[in-house]
Design a protein around this ligand. Structure first.
Ligand code: ZN
Ligand code: ZN
Length: 425
């Protein structure tokens, strides 16, 4: 029962990387996690929220600390060319066959949390309290954390944590950690909007209500929300990622479908933008004489990821020391250890659900996982993972996303262990 050696961490990582599983299908991954945790003396709870796994290590009276990782991969066909690249496939919830890939680094998170679980179990004479290591399903679907909470998470494990800690690997140089107090990641909402028209022959539009024109007008009007309804010091993104209607040139279809994605950094702005979308689309349908009003379905909803300011300050200091302790490893990789505070990212996360349900502060940081040489002369403030990256660094969700295994894994274990030790007695 001691810390995992680098070679073993790498072996766990490359195995997980080669076998990604989609949200709620993380059966193999969950099995590996549960077996390891049992071997280190954790009380293991499986099948929470589908495939969620929780290990509890009660080690006397003291604070209750939850460390979180996510386990799911994405329906992306890997093109990294890595020797341990995934060639697995799966059927998506929409029934489509797809390659699967750990294109968001959740394999890094799972491996690092296993490493931290081993280290903290091996060092249990040095701390007191209760350690909870939580491996959640389906972060990419935006519902895995909520599924665990709704499945009685804290009642079943009989622990409500005093703090929730976690990390996400990002396109930052290895050795760099970013921790932002307050809002760290955007809220995200995805909507499926169905517009109803009245179909007919393409030669006789006067006898129809054309949903293609209705959809086109709605798409253009939606662009006005950010331009005309969001203030100069506020921000939001409204993207129409899919427009679908019709089958051929001479048939006017009877419906059109829009898939809309919204990112916001403030709860008030979020509500305002979502209301504006409905107002505009309803009005466009009415203006076209639609036979029935549009239908709206929320297909994903991520709340803001907001770090507790006080808890973040406390954790920042210890992350700084953890990176300093890993200095030789980081410098050998060409990096230099430091903790930064990048501006809030437009990406989204559901880790906040675990903290909200516990009434506990959240501290969630970004772990650099890429070769520092790739960032030479690059302004880090632009490296927020979804654009403005240096050449050769692929963002999360790209088929080329390829964090460097080492020293990322060892550093990622060190940050989790140090943060947990700070909050345990
Ligand atoms: Zn992701
Ligand atoms: Zn992710």
């Amino acid at each position: 029962m001691s810390a995992l050696a680098t070679a073993e961490l790498t072996a766990i990582y490359t195995d997980l990387h080669a076998h990604p599983e989609l949200g709620y299908a993380e059966h193999r991954t969950a099995g590996i996690v549960a077996n390891r945790l049992r071997g280190w003396g954790y009380d293991v709870h499986e099948g929470i929220g589908g495939t969620g796994v929780v290990g509890v290590l009660a080690n006397g009276a003291g604070p209750r600390v939850l460390l979180r990782a996510d386990m799911d991969g994405l329906p992306v066909t890997e093109r990294t060319g890595l020797s341990y690249a995934s060639t697995d496939t799966a059927v998506t919830p929409e029934g489509r066959q797809s390659g699967t890939m750990h294109a968001c680094g959740h394999d890094v998170h799972t491996t690092c949390l296993l490493g931290a679980a081993a280290t903290l179990a091996g060092a249990r004479d040095d701390w007191a309290g209760t350690l909870v290591v939580l491996f959640q399903p389906a972060e990419e679907l935006g519902s895995g954390a909520r599924a665990m909470v709704d499945d009685g998470l804290y009642r079943r494990i009989r622990v409500v944590p005093d703090v929730v800690l976690g990390q996400h690997v990002m396109p930052l140089p290895v050795g760099v950690v970013s921790l932002t107090a307050g809002t760290a990641m955007a809220a995200a909402d995805s909507l499926r909007i169905t517009l109803h028209g009245a179909g007919g022959h393409g030669s006789s539009p006067e006898a129809t209500v054309d949903p293609v024109v209705m959809a086109a007008a709605a798409v253009m009007r939606l662009q006005g929300i950010v331009a005309r309804e969001v203030g100069a010091t506020e921000s939001a993104v409204v993207t129409v990622g899919s427009v679908q209607a019709g089958t051929q040139a001479n048939v006017i279809p009877d419906r059109a479908q829009l898939l809309v994605n919204v990112r916001t950094f403030d709860t008030g702005v979020r509500e305002r933008v979502l209301a504006a979308i409905r107002r505009i689309v309803d009005a466009e349908a009415a203006a076209s004489g639609a036979p029935q009003p549009p239908e709206y379905e929320s297909t994903a909803a991520f709340a803001l990821t907001a770090n507790d300011p006080e808890a973040s300050e406390r954790t920042r200091a210890v992350l700084d020391r953890a990176l300093a302790d890993e200095r030789s490893r980081i410098e050998a990789a060409g990096g230099s250890p430091h903790v930064v505070s990048l501006p809030p990212m437009p990406g989204s996360e559901d880790v906040g659900e675990l903290a909200t349900a516990a009434g506990a502060p959240l501290v969630y940081w970004f772990l650099g996982g890429f070769d520092p040489a790739l960032f030479a002369g690059f302004d880090l403030a632009g490296a927020t993972g979804l654009g403005g990256l240096p050449a050769g660094v692929a963002s999360n969700h790209s088929p080329f996303f390829a964090p460097t295994a080492e020293p990322t894994l060892d550093v990622g274990v060190a940050t989790l262990v140090a943060a947990a030790r700070e909050w345990l007695d």
